[in-house]
Design a protein around this ligand. Structure first.
Ligand SMILES: [Zn+2]
Length: 439
């Protein structure tokens, strides 16, 4: 049971799209881990027996939600043998062996905790090597150790030879087999389903390959029906208009990465009767693509084909974000952590580039990472804002994040479901940080 407490004299950054900041507020958190009261400090005393923390000059933000994460690696360049086609079968076999499963589970736990210590209190994974993240999520929920709330996807679902296959995917080539793989994941306890609607950058074999449609609409429809029957939302990796259109028609809830939009696509995002929320959302991931485009190939080691695809995908993604912004489509925040150049401690960088490349205001970017992500993941009655009845998922910062997301680099305190981490800390990769600081 967390110790009940009250945070007093803080400025609350609500996470709404207008950038509302409320001065001199108190937040009272009960032993259940839920927020009990929020209001001006003058009228919101700490109840007897509650630890009082007076924190003038600090900003309190809803805990961040990372809607697109992987936990199998740390963000340093992935060793080539892990992604090469010729070694894929061996790597997959090793990863699913008892030793591999133990290794990946340990990594998943470590990386989930790094995200927590940097202010991410909820993670949705979108492609794991097996069910290791499901197990980590279970341990956290049971209270074995303090961690973020994790919606684990397990292996993503792809076609034979498709994006993510075989290393982090279950494959199928018909609607019924796709249904079976969905049922398998649901049976194993996943809380998210991820599919590869199109090819991707990492496995591109030719220029223009990244957006090539992979899963048919029939297959995606089967998956969405099975997932939705279990109350689970579906995320689709989709990097072309054709792929996005088919995925939305099938009822996919969130489009990952994205691409330019036609008016039909815009209409489907806004009104998608087959999705669980009745509308679908876009989760762009700029940070994973930018280094491949902005850094010299000698630094990234990217082939000409990968570089050309990354350039195309970045351009498409930015156009998709602009179309979403201009048409009122919900934009979520996801980092694609674990992939090269995306560590588990800098979700703030994705918000930063959503502003600089996507044209969002700082308030809109923070809103994506908090209130919007909660809504699109179906968690808005649980987390995403600082309100009575919701879980106390909070980040206390020295500075106002709306003046610069770097305020998240050293949070003063992180609270996860009411449990306080007083001095969060993570181990950084200084060389990588210096590189990323350059754009
Ligand atoms: Zn990803």
């Amino acid at each position: 049971m967390p110790e009940p407490f009250a945070l007093a004299d803080v400025s609350i950054v609500t996470g709404d799209a207008d950038g509302t900041v409320l001065a001199a507020q108190s937040v009272v958190v009960g032993a259940s881990g839920a927020i009990e009261r929020v209001g001006p400090t003058a009228d919101t005393p700490a109840p007897p027996g509650y630890r009082l923390m007076d924190m003038p000059g600090h900003h309190l933000v809803p805990g961040l939600i990372n809607a697109h994460a992987h936990l199998f690696s740390n963000g340093l360049p992935l060793p080539p043998f892990l992604v090469k086609e010729s070694t894929a079968a061996l790597v997959t076999k090793l990863g699913r062996s008892p030793i591999g499963r133990r290794l990946f589970k340990r990594r998943a736990k470590t990386n989930a905790l790094i995200q927590l210590h940097s202010g991410v209190t909820t993670i949705r994974t979108v492609g794991d090597t097996g069910y290791e993240v499901v197990h980590v999520a279970g341990e956290i929920d049971r209270g074995d150790y303090l961690g973020p709330r994790v919606l684990a996807s397990g292996p993503l679902l792809a076609i034979t030879g498709g994006h993510g296959a075989p290393q982090i995917a279950l494959t199928s080539d018909s609607p019924w087999d796709a249904r079976r793989n969905t049922r398998r994941n649901v049976q194993r306890g996943v809380k998210a389903i991820k599919i590869s609607a199109t090819a991707g950058v990492t496995d591109a074999r030719a220029v223009g390959y990244a957006g090539r449609p992979e899963m048919t609409q029939e297959e995606m429809t089967a998956i969405c029906e099975e997932a939705h029957n279990a109350g689970i939302r579906v995320a689709a990796h989709a990097q072309s208009a054709d792929g996005i259109y088919a995925a939305l028609r099938a009822g996919v809830d969130t489009i990952e990465h994205g691409a330019r939009m036609t008016s039909e696509i815009i209409d489907l995002f806004l009104d998608n009767p087959r999705s669980l929320n009745g509308s679908s959302a876009l989760v762009p991931t700029l940070l994973v693509c930018l280094p491949l485009v902005e850094f010299a190939q000698e630094i990234t080691g990217a082939s000409d084909i990968v570089r050309a695809n990354a350039t195309m995908v970045l351009d498409e993604m930015v156009q998709g974000i602009h179309a979403a912004r201009e048409n009122g489509i919900a934009i979520g925040m996801g980092t694609d952590s674990a992939l090269t150049y995306v560590t588990h401690y800098d979700a703030w960088r994705e918000m930063d580039v959503l502003v600089r490349y996507g044209g969002l205001t700082a308030a809109q970017a923070l809103n994506s990472a908090t209130q919007t992500n909660a809504r699109i993941l179906g968690l808005d009655d649980v987390t995403g804002s600082i309100e009575p009845g919701k879980a106390a998922d909070l980040v206390l910062l020295d500075g106002n994040p709306l003046d610069g997301f770097r305020a998240f680099v050293n949070p003063r305190m992180v609270v996860a479901r009411g449990a306080v981490i007083d001095s969060p800390s993570v181990t950084r990769y200084p060389d990588l940080d210096t590189q990323l600081d350059s754009f």
